[in-house]
Design a protein. Sequence first.
Length: 214
Amino acid sequence: MPESRHATSFSGIYSDTLAQIQPELLAGESLLWSGQPLRKIIFHQRDLFTIPFSLLWGGFAIFWEWGATGHFRGSASSHPAPTFFTLWGIPFVLMGQYLIWGRFLYTAWKKGRTYYAVTNRRVIVVSIGFSRTLIDGYLRNLDSASLTLRSDGIGTIEFASARPALSNWSFGRSNRGNQIDIDLSSLAFFDIPDARTVYQLIQSQREQAAKPAD
């Protein structure tokens, strides 16, 4: 999907995004913005830990497997370890490869199947990976919306609900610190372009939602 298709637009909604969001709209609900996370690799604060850890894990796993198969230092006197030790190391090698590079491919795949929307009532996240998942939050029930912004305008907006019972959100929130990578199944808009404009729209709608009905 070309990068330009992800540009934030308040004058039109892309047809593929609309096709995923439209079935979730309620009667009388208006779609104000929709988009998707950028699929390119974008590093986050958690990568300061994950990247060094993945290199250490992957390097040690390969070192173990190389030695277990009798190739350590290429010495003619080296002998392979028992089959159990060779098989034991394979899952660790695979996990190391996933941590080093595989997780980026998986995240890009999930991003291409994740859709965001802001309406006059809710913020919405639709995921169509292995199953279709809807996570939403009513603007009037959002306790806060936080913006993390990069110099190029790409950013992430995370929401906290004033009513923890709504959720999938509370579950995702409580476990987010333990995630290896970003949690695209949580109530948040990850890696969107022109994030400040979207954030301002959300805050404006929150103010409207908080006003008492006449």
